[in-house]
Ligand binder design. Structure first.
Ligand code: PAF
Length: 286
């Protein structure tokens, strides 16, 4: 189904009524959860969802529960009109743009936690963040009840947490990860890149270079520790405040990647006002 402008729904009831008709017609529902401020990376997710389903729903909800007290919830870019405009012409039948009260009508007495995966890496630096993500994604999946839901591989830890949650809670949805869309200089696209000055955007490209250098060392199984140390030093001396640059097992994010088929090199670092994350997967079976 090609749409010029997606239908916009603000309430759970209205969206459910709309989707009930699609379900009765036997249509496969694809879902792309977002926090809005859509860029080409998000549109890739919509394209992927549309390839795999008959009707695509995009949610746009800046979820307060996943922001820490000193994080950017109040300043996070909210651009609903522009986002709907960007979705026109894509196969997006519905945008769900609820208020905070719609998603958390009685505050919060139930939380979803995937504790082991949520307390390492970004979870260590952003306590409570992934509990907020897992909770809102679980709610959104319950509202939309899609057959498939598409997420970006850029938020690699988030993707593994969501996959684990879906498996553990036996949710009837297939979770799909999609390749990271990059700027020509290699910088992973992210809504938070808007916080970077132009010169910082250029500098930020070395994050991806660092990941690729470490990934190559892992792939070749040579000088891994030395490469990791050099790349950490390089990022720090370029002005990044490094949260981590690590190699992990790609599935359970444990440190024992050596025994697995796939590893992932992950980075998180602050540059100016932006906290940037990125990763590169390494196929060790070759
Ligand atoms: O990746 C994001 O944009 C958010 O964490 C998500 C999955 C939409 C949950 O708020």
């Amino acid at each position: 189904m090609k749409n010029d402008q997606p239908n916009i729904f603000y309430t759970v009831n209205d969206l459910r009524e709309f989707l009930a008709i699609a379900s009765k017609q036997g249509k496969r529902i694809g879902f792309v959860p977002t926090m809005g401020n859509l860029h080409e990376g998000h549109l890739d997710l919509v394209r992927r969802a549309s390839d795999l389903s008959d009707i695509v729903v995009v949610s746009i909800f800046v979820n307060p529960m996943q922001f820490g007290p000193h994080e950017d919830f109040d300043t996070y870019p909210q651009t609903l009109n522009l986002d709907c405009h960007a979705l026109a012409g894509y196969d997006c039948a519905a945008v769900f743009a609820p208020t905070v009260r719609e998603i958390y009508p009685k505050g919060l007495s139930t939380e979803i936690d995937v504790p082991r995966l949520s307390t390492i890496l970004c979870g260590h630096h952003r306590p409570g963040h992934f509990k907020g993500v897992a909770t809102v994604v679980c709610k959104l999946l319950n509202i939309v009840q899609p057959d498939i839901a598409v997420f970006g591989n850029k938020d690699y830890q988030q993707l593994q947490i969501i996959k684990t949650m879906v498996e553990d809670l036996l949710l009837p949805v297939q979770i799909i990860g999609t390749d990271t869309r990059r700027e020509p200089n290699g910088l992973a696209m992210s809504s938070r890149n808007a916080y970077l000055l132009e010169c910082e955007k250029q500098l930020a490209s070395i994050l991806y270079c660092a990941l690729k250098k470490v990934a190559k060392a892992v792939q070749d199984n040579t000088q891994i520790k030395a490469t990791l140390r050099q790349q950490k030093e390089r990022l720090i001396s370029a002005g990044f405040v490094l949260d981590y640059l690590e190699i992990r097992d790609a599935e359970d994010l444990s440190m024992t990647y050596v025994e697995s088929d796939t590893a992932v090199v992950l980075v998180a670092a602050k540059l100016g006002d932006a906290r940037l994350i990125d990763n590169v997967i390494v196929d060790l079976s070759k």
